[in-house]
Design a protein around this ligand. Sequence first.
Ligand SMILES: Cc1cc2nc3c(=O)[nH]c(=O)nc-3n(C[C@H](O)[C@H](O)[C@H](O)COP(=O)(O)OP(=O)(O)OC[C@H]3O[C@@H](n4cnc5c(N)ncnc54)[C@H](O)[C@@H]3O)c2cc1C
Length: 218
Amino acid sequence: MSAPFEALIVGGGPAGLSAALLLGRARRRVLLLDSGEQRNRLSDRVGGFLTRDGCPPRGLLRMGRQQLRAYPTLELRDAVEIISAKFCTVGFQLCSRTGEVFLGRKLLIATGVTDSPPPIPGVERFYGRGVFHCPYCDGYEQRDKVIAVYGRSKKTLALALELTGWTSRLCLVSDGAGQLRPAQRRRLAASGIALREERITALKGRGGLPRSSGPASI
Ligand SMILES: Cc1cc2nc3c(=O)[nH]c(=O)nc-3n(C[C@H](O)[C@H](O)[C@H](O)COP(=O)(O)OP(=O)(O)OC[C@H]3O[C@@H](n4cnc5c(N)ncnc54)[C@H](O)[C@@H]3O)c2cc1C
């Protein structure tokens, strides 16, 4: 077991790397541990991040890591998954899946969030390529295309209306009878948004993309 670090950072996505940068500039002895499953790893490009618009997610991380090399008090470990954390006399003790132990006076958790795409068979093949969750990240590249807005809750209506800023070729897919009231259905129709209430059984397509015919691909 090595001497305790001043800080342990769990997670090497943009948040963890940014924290490491600041702590490195403060000359703190820091160990960053990362299991390598950044949230947007399946995406081709980062959108809307000033100075890095269009950059591949891995490229963004590579640049971040390169900048960290200038700071000698920082140490990065890849392919390390932390499975437990507890208080100890020096501060915190972390254990990895392979049984390694790390000690640090402070602990910074930057493990991000995990997305839960709807449980439609096939969706995982397209997530981040033809299936998206954020119009501000990916909407611009899909502008003027046919877009199916999937969801069973009332929030889906708001999302469909919001998407009219990106395309007029929209279809709300409620996967069974939706929860929309008559007034909401009228609002959809008035905005030119089609409504499909059939049950969805699978998502099909080629090359990581759903069929370009849009809603019909579901
Ligand atoms: C498909 C998709 C497209 C996106 N597109 C955009 C976009 O265009 N523009 C934009 O600004 N944002 C986009 N985002 C959001 C962006 O990915 C997140 O805002 C960003 O990744 C958050 O950074 P983070 O460091 O908090 O988390 P993450 O990037 O998820 O990094 C967390 C890191 O912690 C590691 N980790 C987790 N648990 C452990 C553990 N127990 N032990 C060790 N390491 C661990 C993970 O492996 C990962 O490397 C997109 C997200 C998705 C899903």
